[in-house]
Design a protein around this ligand. Structure first.
Ligand code: FAD
Length: 386
C-alpha cells in the first residue's frame, strides 16, 4: 500500500516525487515509469527552453519560479558527492512582433514588467545591432527576455529523480494499464502483469499518453499526442555570439545549441495526432528553410545534420495545464495537457501538487488550472503565446 502512486516518470512525475518526499519523508511514494531510457518522453525530446514571456499571469509566475530553480539547481540538488550539471545558458528569448500582434504583445509585455520579469522592448535598430545576421524588416520590433534560456533537460530530470530517490521515493519500471477506482475514490493501479498496487492517491503524469491512461478510469481528457519536429543545422556562416531562442509570429523558432549548431522547429496545423516519432527532412527543405533564410539570409547555406520528433500533450480546450484533483474521482490527480511549455513548468507543478496533497497553503496559487474547467468547457486564454 502506497500513500501516493505517480504514473509516469518524466519531469512532472519526478518533480512531484521530489516535492512530496521533501514535504514529508515518511510518505510512501512510488513512481511507475515504463521506459527508463526516456526515448519517447517529451521531457528529453524538447527544446529545453524556459521563458517568462507568456501572457497569462500564472504562466509567467510559473516560469519566474523555474528560472530561479534552474539558477540554483546544481547547488541544491546534489546527492552526496554527485552534483548535477545542467548547462543552463541564459542566452535569451526574442519574440518578433508584427503590426497585427502589436496590441497583444504590448499587453503581455506590460504584465510581465508588472510582475517583475526581466524583459525589454526592442526596436528594429536594436535587433539589427545585437544580431546583425537578422533581417527583421517585416516586423515592428521584438520583446527580449535576457534571463530566458535553455538547459540540459535530461540532467534536470535525472537531478529530480536522484534527489527524490534519496529522499525515499521508490522508482518502479512498469507499465500501468488501468487506474482503479471504487465508489468515486481512486484505489490504485493495475500493472501490465495484472499485479495491483494500492493507493488512495494516484497522479497521472503520463504526458502525451495522459488521455489513454485517464480513460481507463472513465475520465475523458481533451489531451492529444501531437507530433512536433526539431531540426539540427550546421550553418556555413556562424553567428559571432549565440543566438537567443528567436520566435517569429509565424511560429518558426530557432536558437543556438551548445556546440554551435542551430536547432529549429515550428508547430504546424498538419502535424499528426498519434504516437508517431518519424521526422521528415522534406518539411525542413521545402518549408522551414526558405522561411529561415528570409529572416537570416546568411543561413541560405547550411547542412541539415539530423532531426527528431517528440509529442506535445496538446490540450485542445486551451493549450494550458490541467492541474489538480479530478472532480469526479477522489484521489485522482492530474498534471496533464502542458502542450509546448511543460518542461519549464515542472518545478512549480511538482511543488503545487505536493502542497495540495499534503494540505499546505500553495506558495503559488495555480487553481486557475483546475480540471473543473474541462467539465465546464471554460477555456483559459493565452493570447496566442503558447
Ligand atoms: C519538440 C518539443 C519541444 C518542446 N520544447 C519545450 C520547451 O522548449 N520548453 C518547455 O517548457 N517545454 C517544451 N516542450 C514540452 C515539454 O517537453 C512537455 O510539456 C513536458 O516535458 C511534459 O512532461 P511530462 O512529464 O508531462 O511528460 P513526459 O516527459 O512525456 O513523461 C511522461 C512519461 O510517462 C511515461 N508513461 C506513459 N504512459 C505510461 C504508463 N501507462 N505506465 C507507465 N509509464 C507511462 C512515459 O514513458 C514518459 O516517460 C516541448 C515538447 C516537444 C515535443
Amino acid at each position: 500500500m502506497y500513500d501516493i502512486i505517480i504514473v509516469g516518470g518524466g519531469i512532472m512525475g519526478c518533480s512531484s516525487a521530489f516535492h512530496l518526499t521533501r514535504a514529508d519523508n515518511n510518505l510512501k511514494v512510488a513512481v511507475i515509469e515504463r521506459d527508463l531510457t526516456y526515448s519517447k518522453a517529451s521531457t528529453t525530446l524538447s527544446m529545453a527552453n524556459a521563458r517568462t514571456q507568456f501572457s497569462l499571469k500564472e504562466n509567467i509566475q510559473i516560469s519566474m519560479h523555474a528560472l530561479d530553480v534552474l539558477e540554483k539547481f546544481e547547488e541544491k540538488m546534489a546527492v552526496d558527492d554527485t552534483i548535477p550539471s545542467i548547462s543552463y545558458r541564459r542566452e535569451g528569448n526574442l519574440f518578433l512582433v508584427e503590426e497585427a500582434s502589436r496590441e497583444s504583445a504590448e499587453q503581455a509585455f506590460a504584465l510581465q514588467k508588472e510582475l517583475g520579469c526581466d524583459v525589454e522592448w526592442w526596436t528594429l535598430e536594436k535587433i539589427r545591432e545585437r544580431f546583425p545576421l537578422y533581417e527583421p524588416k517585416a516586423f515592428i520590433g521584438g520583446t527580449f527576455g535576457p534571463k530566458d534560456g535553455h538547459f540540459d533537460a535530461y540532467s534536470v530530470l535525472m537531478g529530480y529523480r536522484a534527489k527524490a530517490r534519496a529522499q525515499g521515493a521508490l522508482f518502479v519500471q512498469d507499465d500501468v494499464v488501468e487506474i482503479l477506482a471504487h465508489r468515486k475514490q481512486v484505489t490504485g493501479v493495475k500493472l501490465v502483469s495484472g499485479e495491483v498496487l494500492s493507493s488512495g492517491i494516484v497522479i497521472n503524469c503520463t504526458g502525451a499518453w495522459a488521455r489513454d491512461v485517464a480513460a481507463t478510469a472513465g475520465v475523458d481528457l481533451p489531451v492529444y499526442p501531437v507530433k512536433r519536429q526539431i531540426f539540427a543545422l550546421d550553418t556555413a556562416v556562424k553567428p559571432e555570439s549565440p543566438l537567443p531562442l528567436t520566435i517569429l509570429p509565424s511560429g518558426l523558432y530557432f536558437r543556438t545549441e551548445t556546440g554551435g549548431l542551430i536547432l529549429l522547429g515550428k508547430s504546424m496545423a498538419e502535424d499528426p495526432v498519434g504516437y508517431n516519432f518519424s521526422w521528415d527532412d522534406k518539411r525542413f527543405m521545402e518549408v522551414l528553410w526558405p522561411e529561415l533564410a528570409e529572416f537570416v539570409p546568411a543561413f541560405d547555406t547550411l547542412k541539415l545534420v539530423r532531426g527528431w520528433a517528440g509529442l506535445y500533450a496538446e490540450n485542445t480546450l486551451d493549450g494550458n495545464a490541467i492541474l489538480g484533483e479530478w472532480p469526479e474521482i477522489k484521489g485522482f490527480y492530474l498534471a496533464n495537457g502542458f502542450s509546448g511549455h511543460g518542461l519549464q513548468q515542472g518545478p512549480a507543478v511538482g511543488r503545487y501538487l505536493s502542497e495540495l496533497i499534503t494540505a499546505q497553503t500553495p506558495t503559488l496559487d495555480l487553481s486557475i488550472f483546475h480540471p473543473d474547467r474541462i467539465l465546464e468547457n471554460r477555456p483559459l486564454s493565452e493570447h496566442g503565446l503558447v
